[in-house]
Design a binder for this molecule. Sequence first.
Ligand code: GTP
Length: 322
Amino acid sequence: MTLTPEPASPFTARAVNLANCGLVVLDAGQEIVLWNGWMVPRSGYSVARVRDRSLFEVFPELRGSRVESAVLAALTEEVATTVPPSTGRSPFPLREAGSFDGARIEQSVSVTPFSEAGERYCLVEIRDVSGVVDRERRLLDHAESLRARSYVDGLTGIANRRHFDVALDRELRRAQRNGGALSLLLMDIDSFKAYNDHFGHQEGDACLTTVAQALAGMLKRPADVAARYGGEEFAAILPDTAAGPARVLANAIREHVAALGLPHAPAALRPHVTLSIGVASFDPGRLDEPAALIEAADKALYAAKRGGRDRVVMDGEADVPA
Ligand SMILES: Nc1nc2c(ncn2[C@@H]2O[C@H](COP(=O)(O)OP(=O)(O)OP(=O)(O)O)[C@@H](O)[C@H]2O)c(=O)[nH]1
């Protein structure tokens, strides 16, 4: 099985053929002088097929690859190189033993120069790292899905508070830079304690989810963010939206939620679930930091509650007595 410049002892040949990786030795002319048993079923080439042929004649697609550079560096400069698995194509057209139409195995290739009896050679070791690469891929996918989930509210499926904080900061900076508009809506389900007390906490959760989805459905622009701000409180970040259009949208959201006709508790103001909404808009020098904007929207929301609920109050109207 093994091909060497000098006949290998049966003991050495057996060990080389048992190695759990591809072992290929090239002479100074890049011709194959050793091809171990691991290579045969994975490449489909027997020792006889590769004998005295250049590695690059056997595998023309290696020309111009990192493996060719590594072989040249080893044979001309005696430099050892490891070619790690890459996200692109694996260098050698090797497949699982016995499967010639399956996927290429992922490979880590090292090329090491050595001299023997005044002749220069290089040893090419090819390891099957498919398992490791596969695990890494799955870990990356998992990390990505965890990252995505960490920005989503587990109950309602809309953005969570963390997402809201990041988005508000980003959009405020953008508004600062471009001198653009930005509005923030803070929304609270009216008399939600009564809802929970009457229907139970589970029904309360279902109601929160329905309202959250209804809110998200009302925001049409890609940069708009609908978020669960806290318990039964929601927020909407509306980039490029001045106070006037924000009021119109806030009223549309309020009406849309009311029109869902979700039955409310007898103790509530209306027979159906309603929202109170506070609106504040980016105002350079006054409301240009997240905390200030949130405080203004919260004050407006509080005024909406004091004013009788099921209404929209704008920043600035908040000080008007109910
Ligand atoms: N089911 C459910 N209830 C929640 C959740 N988070 C907060 N709540 C409830 O929401 C209710 C909020 O009540 P309050 O802050 O007293 O306000 P309210 O009854 O909505 O009254 P107003 O806001 O003044 O209209 C509390 O009973 C909380 O327990 C949640 O995740 N699920």
